[in-house]
Design a protein around this ligand. Sequence first.
Ligand code: PLP
Length: 391
Amino acid sequence: MTRFTRATRISAIEISEIMQLTEKAAGLKVAGRDVVALTTGEPDFPTPDHVVEAAHQAALAGKTKYPATLGTAELRAAIAAANGVTAAEVIVTTGAKQVLANAMLASLDPGHEVIMPAPFWTSYADIVLMAGGTPVILPCGADLGFKLSPEALEAAITPQTRWLMLNSPSNPSGAIYSAAEIKGLAEVLARHPQVWVLSDEIYEHLSYVPFVPFTMAAPALKDRTLVVNGVSKSYAMTGWRIGWGVGPAELIKAMGAVQGQITSGACSIAQAAALAALTGDQALLDERRAVMLARRDRMVAGLNAMPGVTCPVPDGAFYVFPDLSEAIEKGGFASDAELCAWLLDEAGVAIVPGRAFGLPGHARISFAYAETDLIKGLRRMHAALETRLAV
Ligand code: PLP
C-alpha cells in the first residue's frame, strides 16, 4: 500500500477532531437533522465593512502580485509599532497557526522537546510532531486553574527542551496568566537558557480580566520569546488567514526561510485588510467583548445547572471547558468522546471532547455562536443528561 506520510509519527496525525466534528454536524444538517454545532472558535460576527472595503481597494489597486515573503512593509510596520519592536522582528503569516508551524520547523531537531500545559489548543502537539519534535504534555486541571506551576515546569525541563508553549487567554480553558504567575515561570526559565517561550496571545482582546502580555511581565526573556497573534478572532477574520509572530530577528529570519519555501507569504489583499483592521476603529473590540461576556455568563450558569457537569468560569476567549467526569461515570460512558458522540446522536448537539485538547474528562463548548443556538444547545444538553443520569 502506498504511504503518503513521511514517518509513522505523522501517519498518527489526523484532521483536527474539531474540524471532524464540525464537518460531521454539517453533514447531518444537510441530511435534514436539526443539529446545533458549538464546535468551532469562529466569531459569528461579520468582518467589519471598512476591512472588506480595504481589501476591495487593494485588489483594484493591483495588489495582486507575490507579497514580500515576511509580509508587506505597511503591515509589518504597523505590527512593529504596536509591539514596540522593529519590522525585522515581525513576520506576517497565513493565519496564526502558521507562526507555530514556521517556528517549530525552523528550530526543532529530532529529540527536541516542547513543553505544553494541557489543555492546549489542538494543533500544538501535532505541529511539534510534524516538525520532528516531541511534545511533553503537562496536565493542568481545574484545581490548578488550568495553569502551569513553576514547580511542574522545573520538573519537566531537560537538556533537550527547546520551547515552552503558553496560550493566554487559553483555548480551550479561557485561563489567563497573571503577572505574578508569568514571573514565577520566568524565574524557572532564567535557569534554563536553552528554553524559548512561544506565547500565543491570539485571544488578547477577548479578556474579561486584565490581560498581561508575556513580554511585559518577563522582559528579561524577550530575546527568547516569540509572541503569536493575528486578526482571526478579534476582528472576525478567520477566513482571511492573517497572523503574525513577533520575536528576535534571528528567529524571524529563520521562520521566513521556512515560509518562503512553503507559502511565499500571506495573501497580499488579506494583508491590506488586516492593516485596515489594526489601524481602523477599535471600538468594535469592546462591543464584541461585551457580547461575549454576556454569553459566557449564560453558558456557565446553564452548564452548572446540568446534572453531572461542573463548569469553571473562563477569564478569556470564547469557550467553556466543563468537567464532565461525573456525567461520564453516572451516565455509563466509557469516555468524554463517547459522551460527546452520544450527545450528537441523541440530542443533536456537537461539542468537542477534552481528549482533543490533551485533558480527557472534559469538553470544549464554543460560545462564538448566535444566542439562539447557545440557548437551544443548552436546553438539549440539559434534557438529554437529565434523562440519561436519572436511569
Ligand atoms: N492559536 C490558538 C490558541 C487558536 O485557538 C487558534 C485558532 O483556533 C490559532 C492559534 C490559529 O489562528 P488562525 O486561525 O489565525 O490560524
